[in-house]
Design a protein around this ligand. Sequence first.
Ligand SMILES: [Zn+2]
Ligand SMILES: [Zn+2]
Length: 337
Amino acid sequence: MKVAILHSAHNISIEDAPYPRVEKDGVVIKVKACGICGSDLHIYRHGGTEGTVLGHEFSGDIVEIGANVTGVTIGNRVTAMSGVGCGKCYWCRQDQPIRCRNLKLLGYQIPGAFAQYVSIPGFKIGQYAALLPDNMTYQEAALAEPLSVALYAVMKANPRPEDTAVVIGVGMIGLCIVKLLKTFGVNRIIVSEPKIKRLNLARESGAEVMLDTTTVNVVAKLAEMTRGKGADVVFECAGLSTTYHQALEIVSRGGKVELVALYEQPITWDPSTIVMNDINLIGCGLRWDLPGAINLLQRKEINIQSLITHEYPLEKVKEAFDTQLMSDDAIKVMLIP
Ligand SMILES: [Zn+2]
Ligand SMILES: [Zn+2]
């Protein structure tokens, strides 16, 4: 089968690989669509481990089923995430391997879905895996993973409808957060972002105020808009030192700052700010409510198909990664094997 192999930074190519082996507790899926995630880009930029097969935002058809898997049949359309733990620690014993300290994750240590077929160990419908409704496209279903990341972020921040919410950085996850905040009844949504295309999509997604960071001083503008109080909740989705500090500056005393992005570089900062301003600093990661995300999409409570800006065949994997990395217009680039 064809598979995209990452060799070093910016060096990814299509190669032949053996058809993957099905695990007893897993399935093999014929991949129909797989999106490029921010974390894929991060590894593409820096190189990662030679031979890595990236890709974890995908959907496809089940073609093989392990002996211990129940509830699915060959041909079922599904989406899934997979994490395999050590099997012995507290979290593994609680059936939450995703919190295991020796976690192996799909698209990182476990070969991912930028391939014609992918083996998914630990496949369980309802837990990091979901069946697709008949009328849902594979592309839309592949967006369930990023949507579920945003869903967890919003649920963990638990905003009130009367809150002023700021989303710093509106790429895929930031835009999903804007859309979800609307469904949570939050009306005062402010976004800050340097790219025009993204600001326009944020408006279409329900944001009330769009701050173009190339021309606006976000800290001063937020102080003015909230009469010095600051935002009740800030979602930091940009992952830069400047935006991290900005988040701490624009949040209200007693407010919440949630870190959603991964940071390219370590940051030097003074934790006293958190203490003095009584800030709730929240991290969120490694949670995938894929059935919940599929449900939201199916009920049409949220429409994210318009966030797919580019599609490429698997053979053009390098072009796809470079587009996601460099094009100002790229929100979600999708590969179709
Ligand atoms: Zn992702
Ligand atoms: Zn474990």
